[in-house]
Design a protein around this ligand. Structure first.
Ligand SMILES: [Zn+2]
Length: 487
């Protein structure tokens, strides 16, 4: 027994383990349970390895046998874990707010249902010992105090607003997993060195007004943030406790948030197809959107011979196929034409004008630049061959938001420690985390979406996946609490 304690002392000099000669293994372990749990996640050597090593080499006649020791160790080494049933219940309860008869959820940002959901979660935050406030951009913060008060927070969170006819998990899961982490810490009387902030971002689905205000990335034109029902942003924000005129005060920096980690359903099929429990997000892809215009010549569909046509739709179709070919080149990028308007859109008239969208995404800006150079060359070739004119304008330009390597490593290490399978993958959907990456260190954790479905009433993530993701978040925050020193 003494030998075991000495091994602990030797390995973890920062922690003072005091051994009493009347100590049994159990009394020692229970006295230092929290320290040992913490150590087992911040050191490369799992605590059970140390104990096994000590046991096999000890000559202490009072040491338990391997078998009894292992049983005790199994109990001891169970890591701090969230209350899975409570998390799953909270997700189900929130799905009733804005619940649809078809089983889906609709909580459009700033709607009555969205406000009601924010109010309910704010109450749960207060019950967990958090202080709640709303910033001028309508972001709701719950703060669980840390041992140090004048240090930046470790932050997590997501959004409670949904798309029309949405599901139970997109955004909501990230908020409630963050809350569950705090509830778990509170239940165990545990505080981190840093405060923990759980953030409910305002209007993620349409404008990202909340997270853009935090990153200082808002346009100053309020018309850009009209609600889905056409209500002004001034009016929407005042309803949730914000104030558009003071939006610049919502801006935060690394002195406010040391790191932000968002847990989210994948919203794609990759994890499920790979039969993998946790996704370590490498970053949120850059996204560019363009509108292409093809101009030809309208004429009679019967009387105009084929070689004499300038058919805008034929040219546009060739360009759509070129987009698809570029999208299928090796790499992680995706390229999509999702919207097209044909004019005059009449059965017996050759189209003279086609407008279509192009959406391209990749984690690497250079790759996106390369795709656009190739596409421009294809457009020039097609225009020449079809006698049309092809032009395009940019409508959206979002820079890639890479996740910090040390946060990716922390997430992967936690997965290893919890025996959860994991893989690295980019997020090809937008998240509030991309804005937070502009002001602080950012990471994201994905859990699988059944059949990759999201933004639909059939969106589903299994309860065990929700619990696993929350546990990974919990231990990632514990790990980052050590990474960012407070003193
Ligand atoms: Zn989301």
């Amino acid at each position: 027994m003494r030998h075991l304690c000495n091994r602990f002392r030797g390995r973890f000099k920062a922690v003072s383990f005091e051994f009493d000669k009347t100590d049994t293994f159990c009394s020692f372990a229970s006295r230092y349970k929290e320290e040992i749990r913490k150590i087992s996640f911040i050191n490369e050597t799992p605590v059970n390895t140390l104990i096994s090593e000590s046991n096999s080499s000890t000559s202490d006649s009072t040491a338990p046998t391997n078998l009894t020791l292992n049983r005790r160790v199994n109990r001891l080494e169970a890591p701090l874990s969230v209350d899975g049933a409570r998390l799953v219940q909270s997700i189900a309860k929130l799905a009733n707010i804005g619940g649809l008869p078809n089983g889906g959820v609709e909580r459009i940002a700033f709607s009555q249902a969205d406000c009601q959901a924010r109010k309910v979660v704010a109450g749960w935050m207060r019950d967990a010992g958090m202080r709640v406030h709303v910033d001028p951009a309508g972001n709701l913060f719950g703060r669980y105090p840390g041992r140090y008060s004048r240090v930046p927070a470790l932050a997590t969170g997501s959004h409670l607003d949904t798309v029309p006819n949405g599901g139970h998990y997109d955004g909501t899961y990230g908020v409630l997993a963050g809350l569950e982490v705090v509830r778990t810490l509170a239940d165990n009387g545990q505080r981190l060195d840093h405060p923990v902030d759980v953030i409910i971002f305002a209007d993620e689905e349409r404008t990202m007004v909340g997270s853009k205000a935090i990153s200082g990335n808002l346009t100053h034109e309020p018309g850009a943030y009209l609600s889905a029902s056409g209500e002004s942003i001034e009016s929407c924000l005042s309803r949730v406790g914000g104030d558009w005129s003071k939006r610049s005060l919502a801006r935060l920096g690394p002195e406010d948030i040391a790191a932000f980690v968002e847990v989210h359903v994948e919203q794609g099929p990759v994890l499920e197809a790979a039969d993998t429990q946790i996704g370590v997000v490498t970053g949120i892809v850059g996204q560019r959107r363009y509108v292409f215009t093809v101009e030809g010549h309208a004429s009679h569909a019967g009387t105009t011979p084929m070689p004499m046509r300038q058919d805008a739709l034929v040219a546009a179709s060739q360009l759509v196929l070129a987009v698809n070919t570029l999208g299928n080149q090796p790499g992680d990028h995706v390229a999509t034409v999702g919207c097209m308007e044909v004019s005059p859109n009449v059965a017996n008239t050759i189209p003279d004008r086609v407008e279509f969208s192009l959406d391209i995404r990749d984690l690497d800006n250079a790759c996106l630049d390369r795709l656009m150079v190739q596409l421009r060359a294809e457009a020039a070739r097609i225009a020449k061959e079809t006698g049309t004119k092809i032009s395009f304008v940019s409508r959206l330009y979002n820079q890639p938001a890479p996740a910090k390597t040390h946060i990716q490593n922390a997430i992967a290490d936690v997965c290893e420690a919890l025996s959860l399978s994991h893989m690295s993958l980019p997020s090809r959907a937008s998240h509030d985390a991309q804005e937070l990456s502009r002001v602080t260190d950012m990471g994201m954790i994905f859990v699988p979406s059944q059949a990759g479905i999201s933004h639909a009433i059939t969106e589903y993530t299994a309860p065990e996946s929700c619990v696993q993701g929350a546990n990974v978040l919990l231990h990632t925050l514990l790990s980052l609490d050590q990474h960012y020193r407070c003193s």
